[in-house]
Write a protein that binds this ligand. Structure first.
Ligand code: SF4
Length: 446
């Protein structure tokens, strides 16, 4: 039996697509082996979100080639899409496929086997209008299933290369999303995480069907306990979306809404599509519709031209927004983006200090958010034994409002919906006590 090994860099969408590519190999009779081992075929799913992403992708590609010089090495993903010639120039690379046409990967590998000529199958992604169906009936992870619903982005934020790697916005057919959701429930998943490159943009390219419609249709899927949206732009949280999040008892009380900067001048240079006032108004509307909702966010620190004053404006704005968690990223120049050519690049030391201040603020805000739920009973789906103390009989999982909760319980509870009373809050982890386990017919608490 031929063997295949995978290595994935980057985001949830890349992780999802590697699982889908594995399904193709599995159906063709391949056996999956660890990337550290010798394999007949290596598939590297690359990332290009930063220049470091490119560098790491090249390192992994070379590692595969060294591991088995006789193997067929296939490279896919965003770096392959944006820089196919650079990838083809790496001695030992045999097949290069960008962010489309992965469903033909096995054909390209067979073509290489026959002709022994490297195959460059990268096409112009900006011309693509169809969503590429890549089905994943099950994942290596047993508890939360990603469900890719959308591809591409039309926003062209000045720091971001993604639209050039993924193309313009394309939504998956609703019936295909629902069909996969049913399959994932049959495979035992209680929670589905809707993912994409610009997830909240779902439906913007469809006739008479939008994200709210899709959420209502997913709400009707029997046996599904939780629906989580991986990320959504403030401008895409319409009243209709708020209505379904409020009415459905499957929608998680958690929204990840990237802010990127808390100052209007910086937002303008980033070409973001909102002001801090509009963002704050949207959060106020969300909190009114969904009391206790966890709002998490992303922020870029040290964007070109960011002054001390603009950083302080951002710091105070973030403090007011009371996020449940903040992902803080130091601005990283990505060649080929407008921001990389901007003057006034911020000094690395200054960036470092600003990142630390925001991480401390994020920890304080996370602690404040979690402390509201001490004494309450929350539904938690344990994902694994508590790594920090594996023999302790403790399990770790997330509540619907994205609190990481550790509680005592047997491992056969993994993947089940457990009712847990929160005893102690923390910036990263909360402690709780198991009250009881829900059986499949029971509704979750909200
Ligand atoms: S919204 Fe902006 S940051 Fe996000 S993928 Fe699109 S261009 Fe990139």
């Amino acid at each position: 039996m031929a063997t295949v090994a995978f290595h994935t860099l980057g985001c949830k969408v890349n992780q999802y697509e590697t699982e889908a590519i594995w399904q193709l190999f599995k159906n063709a009779g391949y056996e999956k082996v660890e990337f550290e081992n010798k394999a007949d075929v290596y598939v590297i799913n690359t990332c290009t979100v930063t220049n470091t992403g490119d560098k790491k992708s090249r390192q992994i590609i070379r590692r595969a080639i060294r591991r088995n010089p006789d193997a067929i090495v296939a490279v896919t993903g965003c770096y392959a899409q944006t820089s196919p010639n650079e990838v083809m120039d790496i001695p030992g690379v045999d097949v290069v496929v960008g962010t489309q046409g992965r469903d033909k990967l096995l054909d390209y590998i067979e073509q290489y086997r026959q002709e022994r000529q490297p195959v460059n199958a990268v096409k112009n992604i900006m011309k693509t209008r169809e969503f590429e169906e890549l089905d994943v009936p099950e994942f290596a992870d047993r508890t939360r299933a990603s469900l890719k619903i959308q591809e591409g982005c039309n926003n062209f934020c000045t720091f971001c290369i993604i639209p050039w790697a993924r193309g313009l916005m394309r939504s998956r057919k609703p019936e295909s999303v629902i069909a996969q959701a049913r399959k994932l429930v049959e495979a035992g998943y209680k929670e589905i995480v809707l993912t994409g490159i610009h997830t909240g943009g779902y439906g913007e390219d469809l006739e008479d069907y939008n994200l709210a419609d899709l959420l209502w249709d997913l709400d009707k899927v029997d046996g599904l306990n939780r629906i989580r949206i991986s990320s959504i732009e403030a401008s895409q949280i319409t009243d209709e979306v708020l209505e379904v999040i409020n009415a459905s008892d499957k929608m998680c009380r958690h929204l990840h809404i990237p802010l990127q900067a808390g100052d209007n001048e910086v937002l303008k240079r980033m070409r973001r599509k909102y002001t801090v006032e509009e963002y704050a108004d949207k959060l106020a509307a969300i909190r009114e519709a969904l009391p206790g909702v966890a709002i998490t966010s992303d922020v870029i620190v040290g964007f070109p031209g960011e002054t001390d004053e603009q950083f302080e404006n951002g710091y105070h704005f973030i403090e007011q927004m009371k996020f449940a968690e903040l992902h803080v990223f130091p601005y990283s120049k990505r060649s080929g983006t407008p921001a990389a050519r901007m003057p006034d690049q911020v000094d690395e030391q200054v960036k470092h200090e600003r990142v630390n201040r925001l991480i401390q603020l994020s920890n304080r805000l996370s602690e404040e958010y979690a402390s509201q739920f001490v004494g309450q009973v929350l539904d938690v789906i344990p994902e694994r034994p508590y790594k920090e103390d594996p023999d302790s009989g403790l399990l770790m999982g997330y509540s619907d409002n994205y609190l990481q909760v550790v509680f005592e319980g047997p491992q056969d509870l993994i993947g089940k919906v457990c009712r847990v009373r929160l005893d102690e809050s923390g910036a990263e982890t909360c402690r709780g006590t198991l009250a009881r386990v829900l059986d499949d017919s029971e509704k979750v608490v909200q």
